[in-house]
Design a binder for this molecule. Structure first.
Ligand code: ADP
Ligand code: MG
Length: 684
């Protein structure tokens, strides 16, 4: 049974199931497709005199004395000392006082953990503790590490996944045999099992390749089938391009760039062509995509149609709504614009639903709330999705279905090379905004270590004094999630101490209520807050041109694409902006990675350099992009597979355009299930 709940697995009760649900896992099938984030390999213990700082190591020895626990404020520190035939090593654990009873003098253990250098001495932090026999059993094996959530640790997930694999009915093979043979792909059930529990790296790579192939295969099949269905479809919403609106393009407080103009020309040409538009606008952060979207929406309104703009977060929806209304005012237009988001009250929503249904609204801006069943549009002719996850294919289709084949515009800031874009967005025509507005000063970058912090605070203080604002990004929300991670709540408190009391510091993180988030963002946009300490929730789309400093703590924990997006939050106005990346790692690779960003502000260049550094097939590196997120596949490092799949899908559809042949029936069934799943996911 495909949709069997995970509670059918032995040992998983309602409580555990609820925790799994937070990870997006509800069924046995979903659990099987919940792939490890990384793998742990256990190496043989080393001699203490041979260990190196900043590495993971295991040592085996005898405890010199029993563990002791000391309290420093909120922190309880447990220390012990282990010795082998070559030397001694200090061990330290934070907030785990209960270890004291295990760690008795004279006992023999294997300790495995990170080696750090503090005050000139090596010590092992937070080591795992094993008995010798147990550890020997683990040596050379690969253990899966899963994405976890509070209360649901790795061990429980590992056990659940084994249970799921046992319960799981075998999949029938659906990839055509000749394709499997040609690319030496693993059998599907083998791949599903060994992606979780590979005996060695080779088995892992073999399994992974099959699953990556499948992800691309299903995805491209859908894209190609959609393309067929989309090509040259006559539109029910013919447009007459309004010259009055086009004229307004020259009334902005700035000149549109040539690239923005060209893109608008292309959009207008599509709209009046009589066929349904399916277009992607690709443009780096800050290239000015929003204004292009707005003019397209205004054309729809001028033709008596409705147009919708859908964005991934509430904060972004609110911001777009504010900037659109402001722009309309400036242009002297009366186009009626409404905002619709999930966190609005029932009453507020009902009013908006009515306004939409009665066509008292021309432009509708919102989150996925826009595609809920309750919303009934009147002549929805244009649908724009901004910063949309490509995996919103189903979602987009859903919004599309709200109208009768409306024109579709997708906007993306992910810098992918044209050859890949053509494959991944094969169902769309592409416009590229390859030019930043003039008079923009490139962001000045620096990569620094922790020691530089106080300088950075003083720098922020000076910028604030001259009327500017700053972002400080921290990777974690709660201190407990990881000890040394900076976290927004504490960090904001710290900054309030470090900065003069006249500077207003607030924080923002993903676990806050949408209303509170919106409020903080609004106040930041209005300049009431000068320093915003935030997690990456502000990563996409946020536009506060007066902000000139982006300080990123623990920069080493972010992928380059993500850092580039974060940096894109500054440098949006005429003033000089700065990006300060605080690197807390001594790792050489990390230095090199950050150096790429330090050197360049160009998203395409960064993506290509990152790829060189990671190399094709690098499966453990930082993932590149949030927007093109597959389960396992990475469009950059797996680009070669993507190209192979693209060719195979074309060949397959040439032979059997709608998959009606007998030998493709299993594939057809699989595809239907894939579509159903992706629609379900979107309706969350
Ligand atoms: P993105 O492409 O990242 O979505 P936005 O559309 O948010 O970028 O635009 C970023 C900023 O640039 C906004 O403040 C916008 O008003 C401004 N902007 C857009 N086009 C131009 C232009 N041609 N000249 C100057 N500023 C512009
Ligand atoms: Mg944008």
């Amino acid at each position: 049974m495909i949709d069997e709940k995970i509670t059918s697995i032995k040992g998983i009760g309602e409580k555990t199931a609820a925790l799994f649900s937070r990870l997006g896992v509800n069924t046995v099938d979903e659990l099987i497709h919940y792939y490890p984030r990384a793998y742990d390999t256990f190496c043989a213990p080393r001699f203490i005199n041979g260990i190196l700082p900043d590495t993971m190591a295991a040592v085996e020895g005898i405890l010199v004395k029993s563990a002791s626990v000391v309290r420093y404020g909120r922190l309880q520190v447990t220390t012990a000392k282990v010795k082998d035939s070559t030397g001694n090593l200090d061990l330290v654990w934070y907030n785990m006082p209960y270890l004291r009873s295990t760690l008795q003098a004279g006992e023999r253990f294997v300790f495995r953990g990170k080696i750090v250098k503090k005050r000139g001495r090596l010590l092992m932090e937070q080591p795992e503790i094993y008995r010798t026999e147990k550890y020997e059993g683990l040596i050379a094996s690969m253990q899966p590490i899963y994405g976890q959530t509070k209360g649901l640790g790795n061990k429980i997930i590992v056990r659940a996944v084994s249970g799921a694999l046992e319960r799981h009915e075998l999949e029938r093979e659906y990839l055509p045999g000749d394709i499997r043979e040609k690319y030496s792909l693993a059998e599907i059930n083998f791949a599903l099992e060994h992606i979780h529990f590979p005996a060695n790296e080779q088995e892992l790579l073999f399994s992974r390749k099959r699953l990556v192939f499948d992800e691309f295969f299903m995805f491209l099949l859908v894209i190609r089938l959609m393309k067929e269905a989309k090509e040259n479809v006559k539109s029910r919403y013919p447009f007459v391009i309004s010259d009055e609106i086009r004229e307004k393009e020259n009334r902005l407080p700035y000149m549109l760039t040539a690239a923005q103009k060209r893109t608008l020309d292309e959009v207008c040409a599509d709209l009046k062509s009589g066929h349904v538009m399916n277009r992607l606008i690709q443009g780096d952060v800050g290239s000015g995509k929003t204004v292009v979207a707005v003019f397209a929406l205004l054309q729809a309104a001028a033709n008596g149609y409705q147009g919708a703009l859908m964005v991934p977060t509430e904060v972004l929806a609110k911001q777009h709504y504010d900037s659109v209304t402001e722009l309309l005012k400036m242009l002297g237009l009366q186009t009626r614009t409404v905002l619709l988001t999930g966190s609005m009250t029932q009453k507020e929503k009902r009013l908006v639903y009515e306004a939409i249904e009665n066509h008292e609204a021309d432009i509708i801006i919102g989150t996925h709330a826009l595609i809920q069943e309750r919303v009934i549009y009147d002549n929805l002719a244009l649908v724009i999705t901004d910063e949309q996850h490509r995996f919103g294919v189903g979602q987009r289709e859903n919004l599309k279905n709200k109208g009768a084949e409306p024109h579709v515009l997708v906007m993306s800031a992910t810098p992918i090379p044209r050859t890949l874009a053509i494959i991944l967005y094969g169902d769309l025509d592409i416009s590229v905004i390859d030019e930043l507005p003039a008079k923009r000063k490139p962001v000045k970058n620096c990569v620094v270590n922790r020691g530089y912090r106080d300088n950075a605070y003083r720098f922020i203080e000076r910028e604030v004094e001259s009327g500017r604002q700053a972002y400080v990004i921290c990777p974690m929300v709660e201190a407990s999630e990881m000890l040394d991670a900076e976290n927004v709540v504490d960090y904001a408190a710290l900054l309030r101490e470090k900065l003069p009391s006249s500077v207003r510091v607030e924080y923002l993180h993903g676990k806050m209520k949408p209303k509170d988030k919106n409020r903080i963002m609004e106040r930041f946009a209005e300049g009431e807050i000068q320093v915003l300490v935030s997690t990456t929730v502000i990563e996409v789309g946020i536009n506060v041109p007066n902000a000139t400093v982006m300080m990123i703590e623990n920069a080493e924990r972010f992928g380059l694409a993500q850092l580039h997006q974060l940096r894109g939050r500054v440098g949006r106005g005429a003033s000089q902006s700065y990006c300060i990346m605080v690197n807390n790692s001594d790792d050489e690779e990390t230095q090199k990675r950050l150096e790429i960003l330090n050197r360049s502000n160009d998203g395409f260049y960064i993506a290509s350099e990152d790829l060189k550094l990671r190399g094709p097939g690098d499966i453990f590196g930082m993932r590149q992009s949030g927007e093109l997120e597959f389960g396992l596949a990475d469009v950059f490092t797996d680009a070669a597979v993507l190209k192979e799949v693209s060719e195979e899908v074309s060949a397959l559809l040439d032979k059997d355009p709608v998959l009606e042949r007998e030998e493709n029936q299993e594939l057809r069934r699989r595809l239907d299930r894939y579509l159903e799943k992706s629609c379900e996911r979107m309706n969350l």
